[in-house]
Design a protein around this ligand. Structure first.
Ligand SMILES: Cc1cc2nc3c(=O)[nH]c(=O)nc-3n(C[C@H](O)[C@H](O)[C@H](O)COP(=O)(O)O)c2cc1C
Length: 185
């Protein structure tokens, strides 16, 4: 029996009906039983400003503590203007400081980008991966996961209706679990 692993889920969209959040929930629903998921909001985080660091906002501290408590991190994000949504980059920056105390350091990660369009958020995916390399997060390499056509995949309750995507996400979540065990096991 594999050890229980807590996954921090960071969604790169604040939108109530966000496809990214629906996808993240769909991944949690098909993941191996030893993975538990903690969805962490990022919309309340003040813009990163190093001058605030001596007395950091309570929201920064709460966010940092919650990520710290997780074993691994799942990022699910849309693409904004061929890159990473600013709100997600801000959360990454907040978690990365103060210098030497990054909450990301060494935590295994997985990235899923998505889009209603055909590109599936390729640009956001790779921009995020660039930061994760620097942040020393061992990340799922394959399968690279850019999910296009996402707007047609959910019913009115937000449930995934696309069977081939569910099957794909099941394999993806298992691969993530394997990467976590390889790095933390
Ligand atoms: C500011 C902005 C920029 C966008 N840029 C892109 C883009 O570069 N590529 C893309 O595929 N979709 C782009 N879109 C469309 C988003 O993929 C779409 O709105 C998506 O539903 C957002 O993700 P969410 O459903 O998780 O909120 C953009 C949307 C916004 C609001």
């Amino acid at each position: 029996m594999s050890k229980t692993r807590k996954i921090a889920v960071i969604v790169g969209s604040l939108r109530k009906e966000s496809f990214s959040r629906k996808l993240a929930k769909a991944i949690a629903a098909v993941a191996p039983e030893n993975l538990s998921f903690d969805f962490i909001d990022i919309g309340q985080l003040q813009n990163f400003d190093q001058d605030l660091e001596p007395a950091p906002p309570a929201e920064w501290t709460a966010f940092r503590d919650r990520v710290k408590a997780a074993d691994a991190v799942l990022f699910v994000t849309p693409e904004y203007n061929r890159g990473l949504p600013g709100v997600l980059k801000n959360a990454i920056d907040v978690g990365s400081r103060p210098y030497g105390s990054s909450v990301w350091n060494g935590k295994p990660a997985a990235v899923v980008s998505n889009s209603p369009g055909a590109g599936g958020g390729f640009g956001a995916y790779h921009q995020l991966r660039q930061s994760l390399v620097f942040l020393n997060m061992p990340t799922v390499n394959q399968p690279e996961t850019y999910i296009g056509g996402v707007a047609a995949m959910f019913d009115e309750h937000g449930a995934l209706t696309n069977d081939s995507t569910r099957q794909y996400l099941t394999g993806f979540a298992q691969t993530f679990a394997d990467v976590i065990e390889r790095n933390l096991g």
